[in-house]
Design a protein around this ligand. Structure first.
Ligand code: F6R
Length: 621
């Protein structure tokens, strides 16, 4: 993962770098660091922990320079220590470098460089690149002392070094003996160059450029950018110097505030009535009894021919994909296969020309999802993205798709993106159903259900106080089970994930009936089971499963439809939510589960918006 930023211009680099790192903190927050160049001096400052630790160090020992690079880290190789924080130094201080990605062959390279006398001071894979660039530069300077362009040896050295790497990288590099020059390079990790007045920025995404640059260049894989205050050249590994496309940067995004909420996660949970409205805006046609989408980029005849969907995603988005499986099968009669992106990318799944892929992602930057999409695209399968972040890598790589319009999701635990993904999948299932056998009346009825959802979600949010009390009762438990059937099976998985990731309590989601085949052994008086059992198709079946848990002394928290007295008699705690049809239940039922995870984490003193070991955007494999 990790976020990288660079600046070259006339202004002091450090304040801009630190500001940029704060924008990129969603990519990792284990440590951070900056390096600047002032004349022929490279100075580095770095600190384990949050960016504030780095700022404290910079306040104690300020560093100057109008050329600099910065990094916020999500640890892959080596723990979150000062020594492993970036930037890393190459050679005897000739190169300073920041890296986003993973170098798979770093061990043999490290052994070779150590044998050549290079001294390593970290456990990272990145330090190998720094020494490798230094070593290649050494060779270039001896071989090509007469190069016409003074920067040519730098580019050649970087090219030589990159040619030896296996893995992924977004890089920004400073050279001690070349003031005023930065080199950036990418393969598999996003990197952009922002263009301002006599200054350039390099960053993992456009957010640090906000307010500073009005033009942007998106670097492609295998491209190297040579950047000075007044110039930008882009060199492709195979094509040499290339013409880079310059795009206009949208006006600066407003920094998203908390609006009086104590945490972004809670704010985003409460935004769901609005984010659902935004997902549906302009997409439901009562007249035609269907949903309409402008960006699928496939003709109706092509869409009609699709007879199988592969849905791929990671984490919460994968849970939404499971909801999508039920939706497409029920509403559209189309077979669906749901696969983790990290598995799909290496599977040799038989595919034919009637299969289409949906990649589901909030950030649009998840490395595995992007790689799976590219692999299927390479095989000629139409690829569609369901994505929140406009212009993200997955949105750009897909043939077409649908934006969620959920607005920025800042809390690391995904909440509003999940419900927006589910409602978007419901609209897509309606769309594909209406291209097949779903009747106009059925389409109209589905639209009515969808349109009522924002208000019903608002009512479900009124359970907040009850849920907080229940969280207080169980927050010291070490294990939870989450159980539901059909549409509520993925909801159970998602509820368990929310609790795990922000409160660090072990939780397992299971199909309610399947728990008899093993997990029931976990049940005792200290292991609460959260039952998803609103009125619906499988209500009586789930009720039997609840009895099985009660017979073994396990406490039960039941999420039920308003007025369900039968469940209230058996369960220890009950959360009542409005009744909705089965196919939209995940959108409503996840609300109390999000709140339960949130309040439990707060009561346990956890860092809700930045849980340990996680990052908002997972850009490594
Ligand atoms: C959990 C969570 C993660 C993400 C996963 C995929 O709350 O946020 O599991 O869902 O990393 O991320 P996207 O949707 O950005 O591809």
């Amino acid at each position: 993962m990790c976020g990288i930023v660079g600046y070259v211009g006339r202004r002091e680099a450090v304040p801009l770098l630190v500001q940029g790192l704060r924008w990129l903190e969603y990519r990792g927050y284990d440590s951070s660091g900056v390096a600047t160049q002032d004349g022929n001096v490279l100075t580095i400052c770095k600190a384990a922990g949050r960016i504030d630790n780095l700022v404290d160090r910079l306040n104690d020992s300020p560093i100057a320079g109008s050329l600099g690079i910065g990094h916020t880290r999500w640890a892959t190789h080596g723990p979150a220590t000062d020594a492993n924080a970036h930037p890393h130094i190459g050679g005897e201080g000739v190169v300073a470098l920041v890296h986003n990605g993973v170098i798979e062959n770093f061990r043999p390279l490290k052994a070779r460089l150590q044998a050549e006398g290079y001294v390593f001071s970290s456990a990272t894979d990145t330090e190998v690149i720094a020494h490798l660039v230094a070593s290649c530069l050494d060779r270039q300077l001896t071989d090509a002392a007469l190069a016409a362009d003074p920067h040519e040896p730098l580019v050649r050295a970087v090219e030589d070094a990159l040619a030896q790497l296996r893995g992924t990288y977004g890089l920004a590099i400073l050279f001690r003996d070349y003031p005023g020059v930065m080199i950036a390079a990418r393969l598999g990790s996003p990197l952009v160059v922002g263009m301002g007045e006599e200054e350039h920025f390099v960053a993992s995404d456009a957010s640090p450029l906000a307010g500073h640059a009005d033009k942007i260049v998106y670097l492609a894989d295998h491209e190297i950018a040579l950047v000075t205050a007044n110039s930008l050249s882009v060199i492709h590994r195979d094509q040499g110097l290339v013409v880079h496309n310059i795009h206009t940067l949208e006006p600066a995004a407003e920094e998203v505030g908390l609006d009086g909420y104590p945490h972004y996660m809670l704010k985003e949970i409460f935004e769901q009535p609005e984010s659902l409205r935004n997902a549906m805006r302009g997409r439901l046609s009562t007249e035609e009894g269907t949903a309409v989408f402008g960006g699928l980029n496939l003709a109706p005849q092509q869409l009609r021919q699709i007879n199988r969907f592969v849905l791929t995603a990671c984490g919460t988005s994968w849970h939404a994909a499971l909801v999508g499986e039920y939706l497409f099968e029920e509403l559209a009669g189309i077979p669906v296969e749901v696969e983790y992106a990290s598995e799909l990318r290496y599977r040799n799944m038989p595919l034919d020309h009637k299969t289409a892929l949906f990649a589901i992602t909030q950030s649009g930057e998840t490395a595995d999802t992007l790689a799976a999409l590219k692999e299927l695209k390479r095989k000629g399968i139409p690829t569609l993205a369901i994505c929140n972040v406009v212009g993200s890598s997955i949105a750009q790589a897909a043939d077409g798709g649908v934006y969620l319009h959920a607005g920025p999701e800042i809390g690391v635990a995904s909440t509003k993106a999940f419900t927006s993904q589910c409602i978007t999948l419901a609209m897509l299932a309606l769309h594909f159903g209406r291209l097949r056998n779903l009747s106009y009346e059925a389409g109209r009825r589905i639209i009515e259900c969808l349109q009522q959802l924002p208000n019903q979600v608002a009512r479900a949010l009124e359970t907040n106080d009850i849920v907080r009390r229940i969280a207080g009762k169980y927050c010291q438990c070490s294990n939870f089970l989450y159980l539901g059937r059909q549409y509520n099976f993925p909801t159970a998985l998602e509820g368990a994930l929310k609790l795990k990731e922000i409160s660090y309590i072990h939780a397992e989601g299971y199909p309610a009936a399947e728990m008899k085949h093993g997990p029931i052994a976990l049940v005792d008086e200290h292991t609460p089971s959260v039952f998803l059992m609103p009125k619906g198709f499988v209500y009586d079946k789930v009720m039997s499963n609840l009895e099985e848990i009660k017979a073994r002394g396990g406490p039960v928290i039941a999420i039920v439809s308003e007025g369900d007295t039968r469940a209230a008699e058996l369960a220890d705690d009950v959360i009542e939510i409005p009744y909705v049809e089965d196919f939209v239940q995940p959108i409503l039922n996840i609300i109390p589960l999000q709140l339960l995870a949130y309040h439990t984490a707060v009561l346990r003193g956890c860092d809700v918006d930045k849980p340990r070991n996680l990052a908002k955007s997972v850009t490594v494999e």
